[in-house]
Design a protein around this ligand. Sequence first.
Ligand code: KIV
Ligand code: ZN
Length: 505
Amino acid sequence: MERIYVFDTTLRDGEQTPGVSLNIKEKVAIARQLDKLGVDCIEAGFPIASIGDFEAVKAVAEVVQNAEVAGFGRSNLPDIDRAWEAIKNAKKPRIHTFIATSDIHMKYKLKMEPEAVIEAAVKAVAHAKQYTPNVEFSAEDAFRSDPEFLSKVFEAVIRAGATTVNIPDTVGYATPWEFGQFIKKIKENTSNIDQARISVHCHNDLGLAVANSLAAIENGATQVECTINGLGERAGNASMEELVMALYTRRDHYQYDTNIVKEEIYRSSSLISRLTGIVIQPNKAIVGKNAFAHESGIHQDGMLKNRETYEIMNPEMIGVPLNTIVMGKHSGRNGFKSKLHSLGYDIEGDHLNELFIRFKDLCDKKREITDEDLIALVDEEMLKEDETYTFKYLHVSSGTNISATATVGLKLDNELIEKAEPGKGPIEAIYKAINSLVDGEFTLEDYKINSITSGKDAQGEVITKVRYKDRLFIGKGLSVDIIEASARSYIDGINKAINYEKKYS
Ligand code: KIV
Ligand code: ZN
């Protein structure tokens, strides 16, 4: 079977999802997981966009072991220099440069004549080529471009050294048949196309990104650009898990393979959902909570008789944890360590000690500890930020006919600080108390709560979006007590904002 290259842009286009903002530690954790997942290329970010983006791309480039790492930049020399500076330490670097080629973009956005666009593209590719042989060129808004002009652009950039030419449906306008025909036409009319890989990058404005990418594959594309959970600008990009599982499940039809380790799909999806704060809709294909749930009696009966009556894939294939009880209060440190190892975490030293204490603490509050509980605990511990303010305790009183009051205790520079505030409900009271303890103007922009597992004693995970000046910071808090998780989450967001401020201003 021919192999399709999976180009993951979760950390670049995916980070353009409204309301998503990831710090360096989180981007590195995602990149490591994507590397484990077996993607061929990780687009790590847009280095010239800010110092934070540059540092994140650099950090990702330095940890990724197997995948290529791409740095993104417009078709101008400073963008390309900055992209190279960020990715030059990667084992397999790739420069990805782009310029728009549709009439509407050239005329109104770029205010450039078509010939000037070709010149800029060629100059950018040739410049990138001095740094690395691995250069990708994207024609932004390609699908709405004149196909003859597009072939002319591609011929020129391939002559200048582009090894991948990418055909984005930037605004998600294509339909599958049309997009397939478009790819075929470009392939037929670009004289030197055999010297480059054809890539596609589909947006999901009409819900067709995956279908369009599959149609492109059937017509000659051998690289697909996609994101985990379909994150991305506006309605997002083609969802990687859907593309990969469509190619796999219908391999009888497509006859294409990928390098993706399918058992890592669920883990990747959950990690990215948790870190971005974008909750996955329950009926989302492949990774939604209901993707493998059978509700109707007729379906359940069929499943009991033969799973294949209603199941074209099974949850084990994508690594959904079985949610069996894995550990309890009698588990020892070694058993705990080897359980973590079996879940893919090799943790030693202080982190292991700290986690074991938190695990024992959880055992006192929750009878049954599952894989998902452990994964949530480890992810939280491993991604913990430096804490200016540390949560210590809280007391809350609230009820139906009384207004709430909360007392919150935090540690600041080894000193305990405490404050009580009233509120319309317990969360408002806690957040008011925290606001009056911390230095600076922080506001809550969004609040979400998830339960990690089912059951009354499940751990609750609270995800908050905290605004500080003109930026949003995503806070996370985990506890069997959702009021405590709410306080921890808000304080986490505040600590992230303080760390960012210390570093970049
Ligand atoms: O949607 C798009 O066109 C992109 C680039 C690849 C330019 O994100
Ligand atoms: Zn895009």
